[in-house]
Design a protein around this ligand. Structure first.
Ligand code: RB5
Length: 150
């Protein structure tokens, strides 16, 4: 079973805990990079920690949560090799895997209700990258990231 890295700031703490329980119930292994309470923290610390764990291959995928999903996805996307998608609906979440090979899903605790977030997570985890033309586009992004725009 895949290992999923989890991270959130204070705003995302309760939703992260909810998702953690959901993933455990589905049989996933989870590595929680914090935060560990609703006390105020800074989302970049957690987005980057999850991004590094996924980029290093210690975890297969990551799920990060902040108030909107935006700040923590921007942070995770600064790590080389990370394709973090902030999604607030299951269709975008599915396509972020199928077309963009997103390796991190970002959720906004102030945007999506917990039950809906679980549905988004399920869609995202079940979807598979479709390769082909999508792989060529993903490669362009990777080449740019490595300083070699083709
Ligand atoms: C924290 O108040 C909030 O700014 C943060 O959780 C997130 O929404 C940032 O993008």
């Amino acid at each position: 079973m895949e290992v999923i890295a989890l991270g959130s700031d204070h705003a995302g703490f309760h939703l992260k805990e909810n998702i953690k329980e959901y993933l455990a119930g589905l049989g996933y292994k989870v590595r929680d990079f914090g935060t560990g309470s609703p006390d105020r923290v800074d989302y970049p610390d957690f987005g980057i920690a999850v991004g590094e764990a996924v980029a290093r291959g210690e975890c297969d995928k990551g799920i990060v949560v902040c108030g909107t999903g935006i700040g923590i996805s921007i942070s995770a996307n600064k790590v080389k090799g990370i394709r973090a998608a902030a999604c607030s609906d299951p269709f975008s979440a599915r396509l972020s895997r199928e077309h963009n090979n997103a390796n991190i899903l970002a959720l906004g605790s102030r945007i999506v209700a917990p039950e809906y977030a679980r549905y988004i997570v399920k869609e995202w985890l079940e979807a598979k990258f479709q390769e082909g033309r999508h792989a060529e586009r993903a490669l362009k992004i990777a080449q740019y990231e490595l300083g070699n725009p083709g």
